[in-house]
Design a protein around this ligand. Structure first.
Ligand code: SAM
Ligand code: DTB
Ligand code: SF4
Length: 367
């Protein structure tokens, strides 16, 4: 069996066998390793908080077998037009008031039409002007489209590999793996940060889950955010009724993602609504440090904000500060029933929150 390097150095040459060795570790050993890596680069009490909005829902021509927004499946999701900038702004203001630091706009497109780009650019500029980080997920992008979105102020682009190269053909037939890699290349070349992950629980094997994480870790640059989605089973999609993934297998995927991509935000993404608080806590122990916050994902549910606030308080977690180029640190602290933002001079830390942070370690995050 091949040895796994103990070096925490960022690598892009993981072999499948090495990743499988990690997956196969006894769970306490795997969790310990992931937690050690997490602490090298992050304060384990901090969780990055993003809110999602579907700015154009349903009617998608693609055939992703998991997706309630594909037109060809009968899921009860009605197709809508692109939202107006004013309506998006209202939702972004609400997300900011509730404590989100990043606002992610999703569209059920195979790829945007060139005529859509000015409208989306306007939305991005308006959301950014609120002081939120901006993220969009609009499907495949050309190089020119990626540059236009960057110029509009887009910080992150989400485009997932979704699964391992060898399982991919069982899930999607209307675009191939290389199309996804090409879009990610355009996003990187335009100078945006990448948000790229996948879905587990689609009936793939452990080796295929290892293949997804290997593909993500061996990208030319590790994604800045890595969403690990647990399949949300939606009636009418081909994957409805697939065998549920064992909860500990999901935790393993989070832990391996953390070890392979030590400096990335690993997002405990879709699927939280049906997870217990205890399972989510295990995911945070395994190195997850980002969530979607707000009662809806794109078309399906997410935990109530009250439940998330209570979970943060019970676990002693707090929203991750956003470090802006101006040198100001916006630290979000749990106050009453919302996650609130306050501006702090760079280098100062928040002196505790409702979750009892007096005993928490200093932030050891490495830029
Ligand atoms: N249409 C664009 C695209 O496919 O890139 C953007 C939106 S698409 C809904 C974004 C991602 O959401 C997908 O790549 C997939 O990873 C995730 N997703 C969609 N449906 C899901 C489901 N039922 N469960 C978990 N994740 C899902
Ligand atoms: C990602 O990886 N997960 C989010 C976001 N990127 C766009 C989407 C999850 C969608 C879950 C199904 C739905 O709500 O429609
Ligand atoms: Fe369309 Fe994106 Fe859903 Fe695939 S995941 S069907 S591309 S909205």
């Amino acid at each position: 069996m091949p040895a796994v390097s103990a070096s925490p150095a960022t690598r892009h040459d993981w072999s499948r066998a090495e990743v499988e060795v990690l997956f196969d570790l006894p769970l306490p050993v795997l969790l310990q390793r992931a937690a050690d890596v997490h602490r090298l680069h992050f304060d384990p009490t901090e969780v990055q908080v993003s809110t999602l909005l579907s700015v154009k829902t349903g009617g998608c021509p693609e055939d992703c077998a998991y997706c309630p927004q594909a037109q060809r499946y009968h899921t009860g999701v009605d197709a809508t037009k692109l939202m107006s900038t004013e309506d998006v702004l209202e939702k972004a203001r609400q997300a900011k008031a509730a404590g989100a630091s990043r606002f992610c706009m999703g569209a059920a497109w195979r790829s945007p039409k060139d005529r859509d780009i000015p409208k989306v650019a306007e939305m991005i500029g308006a959301v950014k002007a609120l002081g939120l980080e901006t993220c969009a997920t609009l499907g495949m992008l050309s190089s020119e489209q990626a540059q236009a979105l960057k110029s509009a102020g887009l910080d992150y682009y989400n485009h997932n590999l979704d699964t391992s190269p060898e399982f991919y053909g069982e899930i999607i037939h209307t675009r191939d793996y290389q199309d996804r890699l090409d879009t990610l290349g355009h996003v990187r070349e335009a100078g945006m940060k990448t948000c790229c992950g996948g879905i587990v629980g689609m009936g793939e094997t452990r080796a295929q889950r290892a293949g997804l994480l290997q593909a993500l870790a061996n990208l030319p640059a590790h994604p800045d955010s890595v969403p690990i989605n647990r399949l949300v089973q939606v009636e009418g999609t081909p994957l409805h009724g697939v065998a549920e993934l064992d909860a500990f297998e999901f935790v393993r995927a989070i832990a391996v993602a953390r070890i392979l991509m030590p400096k990335s935000m690993v997002r405990l993404s879709a699927g939280r609504e049906t997870m217990s608080d205890e399972l989510q806590a295990l995911c945070f122990l395994a190195g997850a440090n980002s969530i979607f916050y707000g009662e809806k994902l794109l078309t399906t549910g997410n935990p109530d904000t009250e439940r998330d606030l209570a979970l943060f308080a019970r676990l002693g977690l707090r929203p991750m500060p956003v470090v802006e180029t101006s040198g100001t640190v916006h630290a979000d602290i749990v106050v009453g029933a919302t996650l609130r933002s306050t501006a702090l001079p760079r280098g100062e830390s928040v002196g505790g929150n409702d979750g009892g942070l007096e005993d928490s370690p200093p932030c050891t995050r490495v830029a």
